[in-house]
Every structure is written in structure tokens, then in C-alpha cells.
Design a protein around this ligand. Structure first.
Ligand SMILES: Nc1nc2c(ncn2[C@@H]2O[C@H](COP(=O)(O)OP(=O)(O)OP(=O)(O)O)[C@@H](O)[C@H]2O)c(=O)[nH]1
Ligand SMILES: [Mg+2]
Length: 272
């Protein structure tokens, strides 16, 4: 989505500049007064209405299937992948214990992050607090056993090791395990405050895993959610949840509403 910022002395001039770029198909997303060189003026952020509709559609995920429609009578498997320290494990803890995430669905956890002892301890503590079962998978056979063992739960959340462009050798060990689990959703976890080029690198580093969703974390680090919508537009994936703080489980929110609100839009609102 192409967002343009226009500044002029008055609203009429600024509207004419926006129309000159976008034609009649223009939607004003934000308006504020600005002061520059001692003079007051108006600043608006505008986009093409069709682009805004496309962005809203791209951002909005399909509904989670009900437990009754479980594929092949197995849990719905949601894996979180992403750069080191992005917030994957903490977000799994939030998802497991926040009622708004899965309602009355029962949740289990599987971790593939067996490289760090501290990583295992961290998720074990969260599983205990959430009161949900946790399995550790060291290889694909373990993963199959873990899924069979946790077959009674409705949703299985899969934690994975952090991946950086330098972690190639380790990936060879856990990628096949994740693939063997046939995840229904793979959420790419990215801190909301990263620069666009860093976000693109994170995407490219994980693209072979075919991420299905974007999960932005640490919105509490981004004053006014500025740039969060641009990041979501850049990565161009649907998004269910985002996180905005250290509180487990409270700091987990529905994502499209918050991202659209950062542009002054309401979820489900038609731009034209
Ligand atoms: N401010 C803020 N910090 C967060 C948020 N989510 C997670 N963190 C912090 O980010 C740090 C890393 O979180 P983890 O959940 O361990 O991240 P990870 O992606 O699992 O990290 P690795 O397993 O090492 O790849 C921790 O200090 C968390 O407390 C958030 O929404 N806001
Ligand atoms: Mg982790």
C-alpha cells in the first residue's frame, strides 16, 4: 500500500495535492495541524481507496476452524518462527493462557527449541503456569509421538529456535521436524519496531518455511504505533494477534483492528 504525506497551508490545498496524485480514488487516513517556520499548516496522510481495501483484505485472517472440523482428527497446529529474541516463546505463553486467543479450546505446547537449556526451562515454566501439557521434540519421530500424545487437545502451539541469517547449520536439524508436523499455520514473529530492511531480511530468512501469518510483537516499543501498518503492508501476510508488553497473558491483542486503527481505519470499514 502506498501512503503519501502531504503538507500545505490549508486543507483545500492539501486535498488538491492528494487528488493530483491519487485522483478521485483518494482516502485521507490522518489529518493533523503542523507548525513549520512559524506558520501553521495541515498535514494529511492519504492513500488510494482501492489500496486501503486491498490492505484490509490482506491483513484479515480467515476464522480459526472450530474443533469439530479438526483436520484428520488431529489438533490444529500453529507454529511460531522468527528471529532470535523476537518474542516467540513469550507469545506462546500468552496464547496458551489468554481466553481471547482460543476461547474454550484446549491448548498444548511442543517445543523444538532444544538447543538452549534456558529455552526449555522458560517454556516449561510457562506451560506450568498455563496448566497445559508440554512435549519436547528432538527429532521427527519425537514430533509425531508428541502430536499423538497430545491428540486430545484442540490447538497445538509449536515453539521453535530463533533463526538468524547465521544459524544455517542448526536449521537443518529442526526444519524437517517442523515440516513433518504439517503445521496448519506458521506465524512469522517480528518485533514491530524493527527497520523495514531488517523485517525484510527476517522474511527472506524464513520464506522457505512458507509462513502463513505475520505476528508483530513489542508494539509497546513503538510510540503511537507509527510505521506498524507499513511493516504489515511490506510483509504482506494476514495477521491474527500482536503483542504489546511483558504481561503474560494480558498483552496479546487482535492484530488487524490495532494495525488498521494506527491508520485511523476501523476493521471491516469500506474505504470508499
Ligand atoms: N516490551 C516487550 N517485550 C517483549 C514482548 N514479548 C516478548 N518480550 C521480551 O522479549 C524478550 C525475548 O522474548 P522470547 O519470548 O524469549 O523471544 P524468543 O523469540 O522466544 O527468543 P529465542 O527463543 O531466543 O529466539 C524477552 O525479554 C521478553 O520478555 C512484548 O510484547 N513487549
Ligand atoms: Mg524462545
Amino acid at each position: 500500500m502506498r501512503l503519501e504525506t502531504f503538507r500545505a497551508r490549508d486543507l483545500g490545498s492539501v486535498a488538491r495535492s492528494a487528488e493530483a496524485i491519487f485522483g478521485d480514488d483518494v482516502i485521507v487516513l490522518q489529518t493533523r495541524s503542523v507548525r513549520e517556520n512559524g506558520e501553521t499548516g495541515v498535514e494529511v496522510v492519504a492513500a488510494a481507496a482501492a489500496d486501503v481495501d486491498a490492505f484490509r483484505e490482506q491483513l484479515t485472517p480467515t476464522h480459526l476452524p472450530l474443533p469439530a472440523t479438526r483436520r484428520g482428527n488431529r489438533p490444529y497446529v500453529i507454529a511460531l518462527v522468527g528471529p532470535t529474541g523476537a518474542g516467540k516463546t513469550t507469545t506462546i505463553a500468552k496464547l496458551a493462557s489468554n481466553l481471547h486467543a482460543f476461547g474454550s479450546w484446549t491448548v498444548g505446547m511442543i517445543t523444538l527449541d532444544t538447543f538452549r537449556v534456558a529455552g526449555l526451562e522458560q517454556i516449561a515454566t510457562y506451560a506450568e503456569i498455563a496448566g497445559c501439557p508440554l512435549e519436547v521434540a528432538y527429532d521427527a519421530d519425537d514430533a509425531a509421538r508428541a502430536i499423538a500424545h497430545l491428540n486430545a487437545v484442540d490447538v497445538l502451539l509449536v515453539d521453535t529456535p530463533g533463526r538468524s541469517p547465521k544459524s544455517g547449520a542448526r536449521d537443518e536439524e529442526w526444519w524437517p521436524i517442523l515440516r513433518a508436523m504439517r503445521p496448519d499455520e506458521i506465524h512469522l514473529v517480528v518485533p514491530a519496531g524493527v527497520r523495514p530492511d531488517v523485517a525484510s531480511t527476517a522474511y527472506n530468512t524464513h520464506v522457505a518455511m512458507k509462513p502463513t501469518h505475520l505476528l508483530l510483537t513489542k508494539l509497546d516499543d513503538v510510540p503511537g504505533d507509527t510505521g506498524v501498518a507499513d511493516l504489515a503492508a511490506l510483509l504482506s501476510l494476514p495477521t491474527r494477534w500482536l503483542t504489546d508488553g511483558l504481561d503474560v497473558p494480558a498483552d496479546l491483542k487482535p492484530a488487524p483492528q490495532r494495525i488498521l486503527a494506527s491508520l485511523g481505519l476501523v476493521a471491516g470499514q469500506v474505504a470508499t
